[in-house]
Design a protein around this ligand. Structure first.
Ligand SMILES: *Cc1c(COP(=O)(O)O)cnc(C)c1O
Length: 482
């Protein structure tokens, strides 16, 4: 057949739109979207025929490929997943989960009018930041604070408001790129401040900072190195010495703390040698301002916080960029509720903290319980409880080896990569670890059973959480039909 004949075999849009196989997709997706998908498939088909002399139009194949595209277009793109990787603050999986109480608060504020910017006592205009400022100050010891969209925004805002057209001194060892492409040199340039690098990548001394200061300097900036770590021959001056040097020269000393720790390492059940220090400790050591994320180790929604001296925060709050970076009401509701959990020391109600500080014994019990259920249900599989390496994630505590427990599953025919791929393609996708030919389910990041579930089912022996039950069902589907 010549090309023209082969092209003629392709049906027109009107005919396709009248086909029975479209079923309810016309209503579900809307005519426009269905037409768009069909158009795309039609042009792919034409292109294939033009480029390939052997290619002919195949109606069944065309229909099937349209149906697959319709099905995929009707699913929500942003979807919940099960995190069985053991990385608590997983940047690709949405960082911190929001506490149940905070979700209630978000619902309430999202669906109702609120006093977001209304002062109910005075009967007039209020400040959205006022709902969290005092709480944040009491948890960090700061004089004043401001909440914006995220930490990248907080750093940009503080630099723009306080250091535009002047010099900011940073140690070369801290000029790192942080996951999600946050680079201090780029942020600095955008703010209009001039970056002055000092010291070397592994060692920066107080005298390096001292020599870098000129009459154009306005700020010394310390940055949390996040995941980046140099071992061995390293040096950096103490915070309190940097603060002294800054203040002697009438400069601002600001710290980008990254994660935003509000509690010490004992509360987190982490070793004392962790490099993470609290916002409060940064301020006590002399930092004038500290910036941090809300959705990393703090365990709240995505926000950026700035805590510190009132005189500086007054300037920052008035700077026009603050308006462009302001936080939305639903997020603010979640953040206030999360801070209230901290104030009441209800740490286990904050999922990120609960997962990090979970005792090793509990993880072991949960892994054993899950392994027992799986051993009963799965065919042709070798199931073991193993020790695993979990991680805090989110750039916090890269030096800490977070010991955990997991369940390893080795199937007699299927490789680990294949099982992982199938698990990612379920309605609720599952992400897990792998080692050679075993997949590894890290139990730390699976949602634990609710109290109610424990009470209801403890008589029946082991209790599986909702996440675990879904996982068990999926694994049965994959491995028992091999
Ligand atoms: C994560 C991080 C940021 C970026 O914070 P976002 O809240 O993601 O904008 C900035 N600085 C440091 C040190 C970080 O660890």
């Amino acid at each position: 057949m010549d090309t023209v004949q082969r092209l003629r075999a392709i049906p027109g849009m009107d005919i396709i739109l009248n086909s029975d196989w479209l079923g309810s997709y016309l209503e579900k997706l809307g005519r426009m979207r269905v037409k768009r998908i069909i158009n795309k498939k039609l042009s792919q088909t034409r292109k294939n025929i033009l480029e390939n002399e052997e290619a002919e139009f195949n109606y069944d194949e065309f229909r099937d490929s349209c149906m697959l595209a319709f099905a995929s277009a009707s699913r929500s793109s942003l979807t919940r997943v099960i995190n069985a990787t053991g990385v608590v603050i997983h940047t690709n999986l949405g960082r911190s989960l929001i506490a149940e109480g905070a979700i209630k608060s978000m619902n309430e504020i999202a669906g109702h009018y609120s006093n977001l910017e209304y002062d109910l006592k005075a009967g007039g205009r209020g400040q959205r930041n006022s709902h969290v400022e005092d709480l944040l100050c009491s948890l960090t010891g700061a004089e004043a604070s401001l909440v914006v969209n995220n930490n990248a925004g907080a750093v940009l805002l503080a630099l723009s408001a306080l250091a535009k057209d002047s010099e900011v001194v940073v140690s070369r060892g801290e000029l790192v790129e942080i996951g999600g492409s946050f680079r201090i040199p780029d942020i600095m340039e955008l703010s209009g401040a001039k970056l002055i690098e000092t010291g070397t990548t592994n060692r920066t001394h107080l005298y390096d900072y001292e020599r870098a200061i000129t009459e154009r300097t306005s700020m010394l900036l310390k940055i949390h190195p996040s995941n980046f770590r140099i071992e061995g021959f390293t040096a950096s001056p103490e915070r309190k010495d940097l603060a002294k040097l800054a203040h002697k020269n009438n400069l601002i000393f600001m710290e980008d703390a990254g994660s935003g720790l509000l509690v010490n390492n004992e509360v987190l059940n982490l070793p004392a040698n962790s490099n993470e220090i609290t916002i409060k400790a940064c301020l006590e050591a002399g930092a004038d301002l500290v910036t941090f994320s809300g959705d990393k180790i703090l365990g709240g929604p995505q926000i950026g916080g700035i805590a510190g001296k009132k005189i500086l925060l007054d300037k920052i709050k008035k700077y026009p960029l603050a308006r462009a970076l302001r936080v939305d009401k639903v997020t603010l509701a979640a953040f206030e509720a999360t801070l209230r959990l901290y104030a009441g020391e209800a740490y286990d109600e904050i999922p990120t903290l609960r997962m990090i500080r979970c005792p090793l014994e509990d993880l072991k019990t949960r892994a054993e319980n899950l392994a027992n259920i799986l051993a009963e249900k799965l065919k042709d599989s070798e199931i073991k409880v193993i020790k695993v390496q979990d991680a805090v994630g989110g750039g916090s505590c890269p030096e800490i080896e977070l010991e955990g427990y997991g369940v390893s599953i080795k199937h007699k025919n299927f490789g680990a990569g294949y099982i992982q791929k199938l698990l990612r393609n379920f309605e609720i996708p599952v992400l897990c670890g792998a080692r050679e030919d075993e997949i590894i389910i890290h139990v730390r990041t699976l949602l634990p059973p609710l109290k109610r579930e424990v009470a209801e089912r403890s008589e029946a022996g082991g209790v599986a959480s909702q996440d675990e039950e879904i996982l068990i069902k999926y694994l049965e589907g994959i491995l028992n039909n091999a």
